[in-house]
Write a protein that binds this ligand. Structure first.
Ligand code: ACO
Length: 309
């Protein structure tokens, strides 16, 4: 996470809002904001090095890097390639995937297919986002939500633990509810608002709650599991009300839901991996436990990964 903290109080001096409105509607109190010299690839490097160290892995053994980001340093090369170069890894494949807030779940799904097919042995998955650069800081309906950060996980083949299944979906029908026009590619009327997130939050909220309810059922059915088999829910951190609705669907106490949103806001594709990292490192998630990761984002895109840690 970047060091700089931006509180609701500070935002209430920039736009017409208040700490209590933001906290009551979203569960967010503060978020981290990258400094001018921080980049998605730079934050990705810090997260990746922590994952490599935790896994006691030789970076040269990594054969695939997948970076999920909607805020790449450059249109190209990919942030994956920039990260590969930062890590000094010569012989691996690297690319980005773009699935907005579901990005790290999509990346986990791709990594899982590569590993299960034998095409890769060690895959580095990173979600890295500088949302603050695509937020319109004059728009109170979006600028209160987002934060910056990066999360990483290293996956390797194993017969005992790991990803039990992944489920990913897309529906481009909803493109107008949540989008960010690319200022370089936009022309004519599309240039209006180019570079900034635009969202019809209330409508996104309703679709998100319904869709995440369905993905919970789909994941449990695919693994012939009951709700009670899930030890931890690690949801995308968009809004505490969406998270509570998903926990209710699982009949799960909030004590078993990892929530980082209060101090991180919505870090888009980084959020699930940041939350997973926090709960593994502080000892809440224990070896052998079953963890459900899920996310929903622009596209719309949504998905889940069921993990036996
Ligand atoms: N402060 C004070 N008032 C505000 C603010 C604010 N920051 N923002 C909006 N309002 C006002 C609105 O103008 C509106 O006023 P009106 O009734 O006079 O018209 C009123 O508050 C209610 O606005 P809503 O948009 O209906 O508020 P809602 O309860 O839906 O909360 C929120 C808004 C927090 C954005 C919520 O809709 C949400 O979380 N949506 C889902 C976001 C999400 O999950 N996105 C997907 C992932 S993000 C990605 O993929 C990049």
């Amino acid at each position: 996470m970047p060091e700089k903290v931006l509180t609701n109080e500070q935002i209430s001096r920039m736009v017409d809002t208040s700490d209590s409105w933001i906290f009551d509607r979203t569960g967010i109190k503060s978020r981290r904001i990258a400094s001018d010299d921080e980049t998605a690839s730079g934050m990705a490097e810090i997260a990746a090095r922590q994952a490599i160290e935790a896994a006691a892995c030789n970076p040269e053994d990594i054969d695939l890097i997948i970076v999920a980001t909607g805020t790449p340093d450059r249109v190209y090369p990919s942030t994956g390639c920039l990260l590969q170069q930062r890590l000094g890894i010569k012989n691996c494949v690297a690319f980005d995937i773009q699935a907005a807030c579901s990005g790290s779940i999509f990346a986990l799904s791709i990594a899982d297919q590569y590993i299960k097919s034998g095409a890769a042995k060690k895959v580095l998955v990173v979600g890295s986002e500088i949302c603050s650069r695509i937020v319109d800081w004059a728009d109170r309906s979006t600028c209160i939500l987002f934060g910056d950060g990066a999360g990483a996980v290293l996956l390797g083949a194993s017969s005992e633990t790991g990803i039990l299944s992944t489920h990913i979906h897309s529906d481009g029908e909803y493109e107008d509810l949540l989008y960010c026009p690319n200022p370089q590619a936009a022309s004519g009327t599309n240039r209006q608002g180019a570079g900034y997130i635009a969202m019809r939050g209330n409508e996104v909220f309703k679709v998100a709650v319904n869709t995440l309810g369905r993905i919970v059922d789909e994941t449990l059915d695919a693994n012939s599991m009951d709700k009670s088999d899930i030890d931890w829910l690690v949801p995308h951190q968009a809004n505490i009300r969406i998270i509570v609705a998903t926990a209710k669907k699982l009949k799960m106490s909030m004590d078993h839901v990892v929530v980082t949103l209060e101090t991180q806001g919505n870090t888009s594709s980084a959020s699930v991996l940041l939350a997973f990292n926090e709960a593994v490192r502080d000892g809440r998630i224990q070896r052998g436990q079953v963890v459900l990761l899920e996310a929903f984002g622009a596209g719309f895109t949504w998905g889940s990964a069921l993990i036996k840690y």
